[in-house]
Design a protein around this ligand. Structure first.
Ligand code: SF4
Length: 581
C-alpha cells in the first residue's frame, strides 16, 4: 500500500491509499479531512474519460521523441512570441515546473484566474493574505453560514465538520445543503455584496458588533459604519429580494454564536468579485469572527502562503481570462481546455485560430486537443513524483510514484526536455524541488502542514500594512443589474470537474417560465447563442437559469472580460434570453 493524494481541482485534496497490485484506491482513515472516504470523481469518473495515449503532430500519430522535437522546434521558431497557458483540472505542485522553463526561456505566461482571483484580491485587501481555515477551527463553530458554496458537490468532506451546528445557507439556488438548513435565503444573483453590507449594518444597529475586536484589530471601524449607512436599507433588501423579517431571522440565528462562513466561488464570478469578498470578510470582522475558536471565513485559501517558491515565473504575463492567444506564434496549453472553459468562447476561438503552433500537453481529449497541431500525452498522478498542497485545508501531502507511466510524460520530463533542447540553464533535479517544499512544512505526527498554518488564522495579526483588518473603502459597480433578461448561473456540476468527466448538457429552468422537460431552447446573450434541452427545476429562481460549468458551449454566452481586481473571469456577469426554437 502507498499513500498519495487526489490531484483533482477540489477543496478536499483527499489522502488516498493505493494498493500497488490492483491500484484500488481508498480514502485514508484518520486523515483529518479525508476520514476514509473518496468521492466518485476519483474512484469512478476519472477512469471513464478518454486518455490521450499517443502523441500527434499535424494529425498523425508519432513517437514521443518526435512530438517533443516538434514542440521544441515550434517554441524556438516563435522566439519570445511563446505563451504557456496552464489549467487547473489537476493541481499538484510540480505542474508549476513548466513555468520555470518559460522564465528561463523568456516567453510569456498568464496571471489571474478563471476561478477565484477576484475573491482572493478582496481577501488580500482586507487580511493581507488568504489563509486556509483549518478543520479544527471549523469544528468548534456553533453556526455555519454556507454562502454561495454547494459543499455537497465542491467539498463533500466538509459535511462531516458541520454536523449538529446551526446551518444557514445563502444561495440563489436551492442546493442539497439548503434543504437541510435551519435557515435558507434564496437571494437574487449578484446581490451578495448588498446582503453582506446590510448584515454588517444591522450588527451595529442591534448592538451585536464586537466592539473590542473592532477597536483593537480593525482599521477605521467607525468610518466603516458610516460607509455601511450610505446603502439604503430598502434598496439593499430589494436588490437581495429578501424581507426585513428574513434579515431578522438571519441575525437571530447568528446571535451570540461562534460563526464560520464557508464562501464559494460563485459569489465572485462578477466584475465586483473582490468587493463581495471584502464585504463578507467585513461582516466577519464586525462580529469579531477572526482568530478565535469556531470562527473564520473559508474561501479558496492561498496554498502557497508561507512557502518560499523554488520555481521562477516569467515577468511577462497576460491576463488569463482574456488571454490574447492570437498575439503568439506558439502557445503551449497545459492541462487546460480554453476552447471550452474560457469565458467569451466565440472570441477565444477566433484568437486561437490565429495561433500557428498550438501545442497541447495533458491527460484527456477535449475541444482544445482537437485544434492542436502538436499533442503530447501527460502521465497521471500515480505515474510521477509530486506534492499536493491544498486551498481547502492546511495539509501538505507527498505524492510518490506508484506505477510506471503507460502513455505520457510528467511536467518535469517535458520541462527537462525543453531546457536541454533550447539550451536553457537553471533546472535542478525533480527531487530537489519537492524536497525544497517539504523542508518548509511543519511536522505534526505523521502529517505535514503548510508553513502558514495557524490553528485560528489571524489570531495575532493580519498581514496587512497596518497589521489590522482593513475594511472596504469604496464600492464601484458599472453593471446594470436592471437590464432585461435572466441571470446566468454556472456552478460546478456533481458529475464533472471543470470540463472533465460527465459533463451536463441541459439548461435548468424554473417551471414558472413555461418550458417543458426535454424541449430544446435557444439561449442567447450579447456574446453569443446556443441551443440546449431543458430540465425543469424549481430549485432555480424564476429570474435565473442554471447551466453547469463544463456544459459544452456554455461559454458562448459568457463575457470576455475580467474582474476589476484580481484579473478573474466573470462568468455570471451576463443576462440571457431563452426562446423556443
Ligand atoms: S472529494 Fe475532491 S479531493 Fe477527494 S477524491 Fe473527490 S475530487 Fe478528489
Amino acid at each position: 500500500m502507498k499513500t498519495t493524494a487526489c490531484p483533482l481541482d477540489c477543496y478536499d485534496a483527499c489522502a488516498v491509499v493505493v494498493d500497488r497490485e490492483s491500484l484500488k484506491m481508498t480514502g485514508k482513515e484518520g486523515h483529518p479531512f479525508t476520514q476514509g472516504a473518496l468521492c466518485s470523481h476519483l474512484y469512478r469518473h476519472i477512469k471513464e474519460v478518454e486518455r490521450i495515449k499517443v502523441p500527434r503532430v499535424d494529425g498523425k500519430e508519432v513517437s514521443m521523441q518526435e512530438a517533443l522535437e516538434a514542440a521544441a522546434h515550434a517554441i524556438k521558431d516563435a522566439g519570445e512570441d511563446f505563451l504557456l497557458y496552464r489549467g487547473s483540472g489537476n493541481v499538484s505542485f510540480m505542474q508549476n515546473i513548466t513555468e520555470h522553463f518559460v522564465a528561463a526561456y523568456g516567453g510569456w505566461t498568464t496571471e489571474g484566474s478563471l476561478c477565484d482571483g477576484a475573491g482572493q484580491a478582496g481577501i488580500e485587501a482586507g487580511r493581507g493574505v488568504s489563509l486556509v481555515l483549518p478543520p479544527e477551527a471549523i469544528k468548534e463553530a456553533e453556526a455555519v453560514i454556507v454562502w454561495g458554496r454547494n459543499i455537497s458537490v465542491t467539498d463533500p468532506h466538509m459535511m462531516n465538520l458541520i454536523k449538529d451546528k446551526t446551518l444557514i445557507v445563502i444561495d440563489p439556488v436551492k442546493t442539497k445543503i439548503a434543504r437541510e438548513a435551519d435557515l435558507f435565503l434564496q437571494i437574487r444573483p449578484r446581490s451578495d455584496f448588498y446582503l453582506a453590507v446590510l448584515l454588517s449594518r444591522f450588527m451595529f444597529m442591534e448592538d451585536m458588533e464586537d466592539k473590542e475586536f473592532l477597536k483593537e484589530r480593525c482599521e477605521d471601524a467607525e468610518w466603516y459604519y458610516d460607509f455601511l449607512r450610505t446603502f439604503r436599507v430598502r434598496t439593499s433588501l430589494e436588490k437581495c429580494d429578501i424581507s426585513l423579517d428574513d434579515l431578522g431571522d438571519l441575525l437571530y440565528q447568528m446571535q451570540n454564536k461562534k460563526c464560520v462562513f464557508l464562501v464559494g466561488a460563485g459569489v465572485q464570478k462578477y466584475s465586483i468579485g473582490d468587493q463581495v469578498l471584502q464585504a463578507i470578510d467585513g461582516l466577519a470582522a464586525v462580529i469579531g469572527a477572526f482568530g478565535k475558536p469556531g470562527c473564520g471565513v473559508s474561501f479558496l485559501g492561498d496554498s502557497m502562503a508561507g512557502f518560499k517558491n523554488p520555481i521562477n515565473y516569467s515577468p511577462k504575463r497576460v491576463a488569463k481570462p482574456i488571454a490574447p492567444f492570437g498575439r503568439f506564434k506558439t502557445v503551449l496549453v497545459q492541462g487546460a481546455n480554453p476552447l471550452a472553459q474560457m469565458p467569451g468562447l466565440n472570441k477565444v476561438e477566433e484568437e486561437i485560430s490565429r495561433v500557428e503552433n498550438l501545442i497541447y500537453f495533458g491527460l484527456y481529449e477535449n475541444e482544445t486537443t482537437k485544434k492542436a497541431r502538436i499533442v503530447i500525452p501527460a502521465c497521471d498522478f500515480l505515474e510521477k513524483e509530486d506534492l499536493r498542497l491544498s486551498y481547502g485545508h492546511p495539509y501538505v501531502q507527498p505524492m510518490p510514484k506508484i506505477k510506471e507511466a503507460e502513455f505520457g510524460i510528467s511536467e518535469y520530463e517535458l520541462t527537462k526536455y525543453l531546457f536541454d533542447a533550447l539550451g536553457c540553464k537553471g533546472l535542478e533535479d525533480e527531487k530537489w524541488y519537492i524536497d525544497y517544499m517539504l523542508k518548509q512544512c511543519i511536522e505534526d505526527g505523521d502529517l505535514l502542514k503548510s508553513p502558514a498554518y495557524e490553528k485560528y488564522p489571524y489570531e495575532d495579526e493580519f498581514q496587512t500594512d497596518s497589521g489590522n483588518f482593513e475594511f472596504l473603502e469604496e464600492y464601484e459597480d458599472d453593471f446594470d443589474d436592471e437590464e432585461e433578461g435572466l441571470w446566468l448561473l454556472t456552478p460546478k456540476s456533481p458529475h464533472s470537474l471543470n470540463s472533465q468527466f460527465r459533463r451536463e448538457t441541459h439548461i435548468f429552468i424554473n417551471s414558472e417560465l413555461g418550458f417543458k422537460d426535454g424541449e430544446v431552447v435557444k439561449v442567447s446573450s450579447e456574446h453569443g447563442e446556443i441551443e440546449l434541452p431543458v430540465k425543469v427545476c424549481d430549485d432555480v429562481r424564476a429570474d435565473s437559469v442554471l447551466i453547469y460549468a463544463g456544459t459544452p458551449s456554455v461559454n458562448r454566452l459568457t463575457p470576455h472580460i475580467m474582474s476589476l481586481m484580481g484579473k478573474s473571469a466573470c462568468y455570471q456577469e451576463v443576462k440571457v434570453k431563452v426562446e423556443r426554437v
